[in-house]
Design a binder for this molecule. Sequence first.
Ligand code: GRF
Length: 190
Amino acid sequence: MKNIVLFASGSGSNAENISLFFKNHPDVNVSCILSNRSNAGVLERANRLSINTFVFDREMFSQTNQVLDFLLKESPDLIVLAGFLWLVPQKIVEAFPNKIINIHPALLPQYGGKGMYGDRVHQAVIENKEKESGITIHYVNEKYDDGDIIFQGRCPVVESDTPDSLAEKVHQLEYKHYPEVIARILERQG
Ligand code: GRF
């Protein structure tokens, strides 16, 4: 049985989508959903899905080894960031080489980096009159949105798009592709 944990800071629609995708999967289990915000919507979704949760703060994540120790004990086959806004400390990246992935709502390396998340990304894409946007699923290193790219999905950007309408197109790509990419990575792990 392969075991994955999810990290999210906000609403958690991707975390819920991934959890539902693997809900009755014979070989994959979502064992915990972790968040850096005690009032994050993802925690309500986890409770509804009867998935364990782990809430932490900066001290537990970066200053001490509390989150690292939890992960070492949980020993996930994959750590999946799904709308998680903090930089992952080097000590966690090093403890799980090629086992931490993230999804970004744009076509990296454009429109990524510190502070580029949510509507800010879609606003910038529209302001720059891009003809397409999409998602990037990548391995996580110690920098924002910088690790090797695993998958990209694309959608058109049209004149009438607003950040909301573009966000909806991007979310549909996320919901379709993120679980499938996770399943393929786990299969490749053997
Ligand atoms: C998604 O757009 C994802 O690409 C980005 O953060 C957002 C999370 O949305 N990393 P949700 O919390 O999963 O609804």
